[in-house]
Design a protein around this ligand. Sequence first.
Ligand SMILES: Nc1ncnc2c1ncn2[C@@H]1O[C@H](COP(=O)(O)OP(=O)(O)O)[C@@H](O)[C@H]1O
Ligand SMILES: [Mg+2]
Length: 383
Amino acid sequence: MTAAPDTRLSGEARAIPAKLAVTRLNLTNFRSYAVGELVTAGAAVVLAGQNGAGKTNILDAISLLSPGRGLRGAKLAEHVRKGPTAPSETLWAVAATVRRGETEYEIGTGFTEQAASRQVRLNGVEAKSSAELGDVVQMVWLTPAMDRLFIESASGRRRFLDRLVLGFEPSHARATTRYETAMRERARLLKYGPRDPAWLDGLENEMAQAGVIIAAARASTVARLNRALAGRDGAFPAALLALAGEDFNTADALREALARSRIRDAESGRTQAGPHLADLATRHTQKRADARDCSTGEQKALLISIMLAFARELAEARDGLAPLLLLDEIAAHLDAIRRAALFEEISDLSAQAWMTGTDLSLFDGARAQIFEVRDGLFHEAGA
Ligand SMILES: Nc1ncnc2c1ncn2[C@@H]1O[C@H](COP(=O)(O)OP(=O)(O)O)[C@@H](O)[C@H]1O
Ligand SMILES: [Mg+2]
């Protein structure tokens, strides 16, 4: 890489190609885009544009290249474009070329009227479920909605943790689906009957088997993250994570707890034991304070610390392949020193970060390919 003059528009020249990167993204009838195409050099990307320009929609589309419901957690029908649409067989579609080391993958995902779940194609072959994407694309996202992660309900923290677990254990998506499917079925039986003990035993057994896999994967992820989070200082502080909630070490323990709580669960309509209730506790090490008692800015810095720890650990475990980092409005609430530190960390990781913001000046010093998003089009700065 040749040294380029340090001006904003030379960002691309200084940007480092990532080993794991989206190099092409095509949208059809996806939210504000009737059609959209974005081709990247495979390095970090900045999307700058006014409110409502369609920046978060792009991150949302990229997030659907991994298992689950994506960064907005939206229902499939919510992605459908309201307004003029392009002729298409699907209600919405996202297609991408993903470079992973020396290999290129073509990923397609979309939603049709007939299907109950989203369709996924990997190199032209239909996948059984979006869980298969976990082997190909690892990612983590931070959005403005997550600024309240430490103070809101446990479910957000659990989803955040599970996304990190997925990076290390792609099978986590399958275990979670298995668990949740059995849990829903059990709840249905308890509510509407028949309360057939053998049937309930079977479902609780399934929950217990999947549940211990889920709990073990979370525990090992927390241990990895703690290793990477210890002893850090500077812009992004050291932290100590812990899994909170009842701890079921064995399938037997969980099976018994579920069997015991049948009547209680039937009455309350909730499943009152199991890993679906776990929580993630975070401590700010230097401050000796729980994350929920830290200032908004400190909480943001802690979240970024966790994300960076994840990215470093994952890159180490996977031959230098750092996950995609989807960072929505990330620069807005960081001071100049923290912004510079974040850009530096992203460069060190050689991660393809996707950063959005309203103001280009927030990305001064970022080694990234810069696009202005305007009228649903992407204008490369300096091109
Ligand atoms: N399903 C949809 N159909 C059409 N437009 C949508 C849909 N969902 C969101 N939008 C619109 O997309 C626009 C861009 O949203 P967004 O990507 O969040 O903007 P920003 O650039 O501020 O991140 C908004 O005006 C929003 O109303
Ligand atoms: Mg936005």
